[in-house]
Ligand binder design. Structure first.
Ligand code: GLN
Length: 495
């Protein structure tokens, strides 16, 4: 059988349970797709033998007739997740050779549910970036190309390998992490669905930290239904993560009725940016019309502090990163610099960090150390925290007025060419996150749904922002949007 790698989780689950296919067959199809995908540079590590062992175990479990939804489903895992005995480097040279002694909670839950690991996925170094170009492994490549062009495009970042792998059918689904948009932006750039859950919904234990008050793991899948299934498998309280919430996890898939009659959907006027491409405006208007046609009420809302979100994020995220990354000093993990005669421990630290961290990571560490320093703490860090509170309150006010979800574009453009931003001011790259960072600052759930193509044939996505802990409702609205948009396009296979 061929093409099994292009199945959705839901279809594969049903075929596995009815014995139409086996987990081993499905895994072999994925292993073959992965082996032939080097041109996409999506995988940093391939684990085909481990995958086959897990698939055999899954088939045994399926034979008992009592297997969880993800049993036998082949997945890719972002390199930010610690996987026992399998290299986990956060796409950084500083973690060269690091093989964790333990498994992250998310992946523990996935393997416990019988899922199969195909390998580790490329990403921006320490999840800092929007194009996968900061990776020590080199950029992952978007399976999509502009019509009639062979220019290599970014799959977005930081979960670029995850997005490329799901979009290119190199796995059925993948894990991502989202600190400022790293699940939703790459999902939009590659025509897939990406969910950033409410902060605290999914355990961060064993995920290499970037900015701990913003980081959240989530699913990257081919459909909304698959995201619902995946989120059910990874969500829930974890005693090992003090920021994970002890709330009941609803059945997200059961919530997908597609009935959104009477729901109030807010359109925030501050997200209508000056100079926004007409295609993005149209996509957004079309999305609102689809939800209206499905019975929702569309209302204008205001999130007045939106314009301060990016500056606040780019103070807070680097501040937390500078602290989280202080542990990489050549003593405990990964790379250690070779010293010249007469050099001591200080030179070892400095040289190790200079050699091990890439440019963007160094920039963030320096910004972070600066905004936390005694003279500037109040002017930058404390101020940014206050702005964060105001941004959160903007959302609270909108939701208190009876709005159920907020609709925005996911990104200000379609995927751009690799290298296109290389000489640009780093702030230009940071602008990619303009629609997504607010959601992390406020701790809310968000989902990116592919709803159209631009004039060059590239996918575009819309974002729905939900109320805290209301992923089920948000996913149902996303499902209605997905049904209405009917996005089924795939990249032509050229790799
Ligand atoms: N692009 C943003 C950044 O560079 C967000 C990254 C992320 O969500 N991990 O910080």
């Amino acid at each position: 059988m061929s093409g099994l790698n292009s199945l959705t989780i839901a279809d594969a689950r049903d075929k596995l349970r009815s014995k139409e296919i086996s987990a081993v067959e499905l895994t072999e199809a994925c292993n073959t797709a992965v082996a032939g995908s080097d041109a996409l540079n999506a995988y940093s590590v391939k684990t085909p033998e481990l995958a086959l062992d897990q698939a055999k175990a899954a088939d045994a479990r399926l034979a008992t007739g009592d297997a969880p939804d993800l049993c036998g489903i082949p997945l890719g895992i972002k390199d930010l997740f610690c996987t026992k005995g399998v290299a986990s480097q956060a796409a950084s040279n500083i973690l060269e050779g690091f093989k964790p002694e333990y498994e992250s909670t998310v992946t523990t839950k996935l393997w416990g549910a019988g899922a199969v690991m195909l390998g580790k996925l490329n990403m921006d170094e320490f999840a800092m970036g929007s194009s996968n170009e900061t990776s020590a492994y080199g950029a992952a490549i978007n399976p999509w190309r502009r019509q009639g062009s062979d220019v290599a495009l970014t799959p977005g970042g930081s979960s670029g390998g995850s997005a490329a792998a799901v979009s290119g059918d190199l796995c059925l689904a993948a894990t991502g992490t989202d600190t400022g948009g790293s699940i939703r932006q790459p999902a939009a750039f590659t025509g897939i669905v990406g969910v950033k859950p409410t902060y605290g919904r999914v355990s961060r234990w064993g995920i290499i930290a970037f900015a701990s008050s913003l980081d959240q793991a989530g699913p990257m899948t081919k459909t909304v239904r698959d995201s619902a299934i995946f989120l059910n498998a990874i969500a829930g309280h974890d005693a090992k993560d003090s920021t994970s919430a002890d709330f009941a996890v609803p059945d997200f898939e059961a919530a997908l009725t597609g009935d959104i009659r009477g729901k109030k959907i807010g359109i925030p006027k501050e997200y209508r940016l000056d100079g926004m491409p007409a295609e993005i405006e149209k996509l957004w208007d079309d999305g609102a019309a689809m939800l209206r046609d499905a019975g929702a009420e569309i209302v204008d809302v205001s999130l007045p502090h939106t314009k301060y979100a990016l500056p606040a994020y780019y103070v807070l995220a680097p501040a937390e990163a500078s602290s989280n990354l202080a542990r990489y000093d050549g003593v405990r993990y990964g790379h250690r610099a070779k010293l010249q005669k007469g050099e001591g421990i200080h030179e070892m630290y400095a040289r190790t960090r200079a050699e091990g961290f890439g440019k963007e990571v160094q920039r963030r560490i320096m910004i972070g150390a600066y905004v936390l320093s005694a003279g500037f703490y109040d002017a930058y860090y404390r101020r940014a925290q206050r702005v964060r509170t105001l941004i959160k309150k903007d959302f609270e006010d909108v939701y208190a007025s009876g709005v159920d979800a907020i609709l925005t574009p996911a990104t200000p453009s379609a995927a751009f060419g690799l290298g296109e931003m290389a000489d640009a001011d780093p702030v230009k790259m940071y602008l990619n996150d303009v629609f997504t960072v607010t959601v992390n600052l406020a701790g809310l759930p968000g989902v990116s749904v592919p709803t159209g193509l631009d004039s060059q044939g590239l996918p575009l996505g819309l974002q729905l922002i939900g109320k805290p802990w209301e992923e089920a409702d948000m996913l149902n609205t996303a499902y209605a949007l997905e049904q209405a948009a009917g996005f089924v396009s795939k990249a032509d296979k050229w790799w």
